[in-house]
Ligand binder design. Structure first.
Ligand SMILES: NC(=O)c1ccc[n+]([C@@H]2O[C@H](COP(=O)([O-])OP(=O)(O)OC[C@H]3O[C@@H](n4cnc5c(N)ncnc54)[C@H](OP(=O)(O)O)[C@@H]3O)[C@@H](O)[C@H]2O)c1
Length: 389
């Protein structure tokens, strides 16, 4: 890959988005940035506009768009807002690759728009696959667009599968750090505060994914993400806890051979792989030092202490809108926990109550997904209000 690859970045002000821009900076001109989309952080977006000079940017509201216009002193960047603005960033004519790195189901519509325009998508926004995996993957196939994972586990699997036949795969093994509360007992888990939950011991990530990592819902969402990305039944996806987080995931083949991808703990590595795919980028990061890392250990995940993982498997087996409901209920519950409205272990209770009683339907189109998402959010809010009274 010699020519400049033009990227459009959704979620540019987030943990993944800022690392994507760091990879672009280190790439010695191999990438240009044609579009940027953020939520509300206009100060950081304005800095990014000054540095990367994109053609088009979008933020959440008209007021925020006015603020951005008043902060940047040149007129060659079009500033848009809202759903239409995000779609415009996702489909900007000149972009070769769209990086989907917003958090939550908000990432679904722009991701679909990018694929519909035939753009390759580097996907960090796992929620779009959890909420509407069948729509996202069938649209990518129909448009001949590549879906390249950014999540480190899925990047590992993607790399291990390269050059192998799908029919030769026996199972996928996703590794999990076990989260910051792996060794806490149930009584201690009840007392976990939002501040503790967002402080992951190994990674600095956005608040929502940090809480998902602590409940193990993140691993559950990743099981569903893998089910769609690699077109494999969830019963052939296993999870092992690997606290050192050096093996990023593995693929076992029918002859018993297992390929694992290893590396340092730095999200810029899978990001660079997704951006440069099918090539690789010289990132000038430190090498993996296995002698210093010491021994690698593997354990069974604790399904009883962290029920969200099992809830995700159950929803994936039900299929249809069950995973849409799982995702929506989880987003509402995590937000309520982060706002201090309910405790840490209430997250799993809210998700369980929503999905146990949810009227699961097949997904035929986006409308089915949006209706199921709205219903699950309403029910989750209802359950949270009842718990508070
Ligand atoms: N962080 C990681 O290491 C990591 C690893 C693997 C996968 N992922 C996945 O990558 C995605 C992003 O995670 P993150 O940790 O980067 O999250 P984050 O730090 O919270 O960033 C989220 C980004 O999305 C924007 N955003 C939030 N709500 C939005 C909305 N309603 N509409 C439009 N934009 C919105 C935010 O904008 P503002 O900040 O400007 O409001 C920000 O740019 C998630 O799906 C996560 O599961 C993350």
């Amino acid at each position: 890959m010699k020519e400049t690859r033009r990227i459009s970045l959704l979620g540019s002000t987030g943990s993944i988005g800022t690392k994507v821009l760091d990879v672009v900076r280190r790439s010695k001109g191999r990438f240009s940035v044609n579009g940027l989309a953020a939520g509300e952080n206009v100060e950081l977006l304005a800095e990014q506009i000054r540095q990367f000079r994109p053609e088009i940017v979008s933020v959440m509201t008209a007021e925020l768009a006015d603020q951005v216009r008043s902060m940047v002193e040149f007129a060659d960047t079009e500033v848009l807002y809202g759903k239409e603005g995000y779609k415009a960033v996702a489909t900007v004519d000149d972009a070769d690759l769209v990086v989907s790195a917003m958090v939550g189901a908000a990432g679904l519509i722009p991701t679909l728009a990018a694929l519909d325009a035939g753009k390759d998508v580097a996907l960090a926004n796992k929620e779009s696959l959890v909420t509407a995996g069948s729509l996202v993957t069938s649209l990518a196939r129909e448009k001949g667009a590549a879906l390249i994972p950014i999540d480190s586990e899925h990047s590992a699997i993607f790399q291990c599968l390269r050059g192998h036949r799908k029919e030769d795969v026996r199972r996928i093994v996703l590794t999990a750090s076990g989260g910051p509360f792996k060794d806490r007992n149930r009584d201690e888990l009840v007392k976990v505060t939002p501040e503790e939950a967002v402080r992951h011991p190994r990674w600095s990530m956005g608040a929502k994914i940090s809480v998902d990592s602590a409940t193990l819902m993140n691993k559950g969402l990743e099981v569903i993400e893998a089910r769609w990305l690699f077109d494999i039944s969830v019963d052939r996806i296993d999870v092992v806890v690997h606290p050192q987080s050096i093996v990023h995931s593995m693929v076992e083949f029918i002859d018993g051979s297992v390929l694992a991808q290893m590396g340092i703990l730095d999200m810029r590595v899978p990001i660079a792989y997704a951006l440069a795919w099918p090539g690789r980028l010289d990132l000038d990061l430190p090498s993996l030092n296995l002698i210093e890392s010491g021994s690698l250990s593997f354990e069974r995940p604790h399904f009883e202490k962290f029920p969200c993982l099992g809830l995700a498997y159950d929803a994936a087996r039900k299929g249809g809108t069950a995973t849409t409901a799982l995702n929506a209920a989880n987003e509402v519950a995590v937000e309520a926990f982060l706002q201090g409205r309910m405790g840490f272990t209430a997250i799993q209770e809210v998700v369980r109550e929503v999905i146990e009683a949810f009227p699961v339907e097949d997904i035929r189109d986006l409308d089915d997904v949006l209706k199921a998402d709205a219903l699950a959010r309403l029910r989750a809010e209802g359950i949270i209000s009842e718990k508070l009274t």
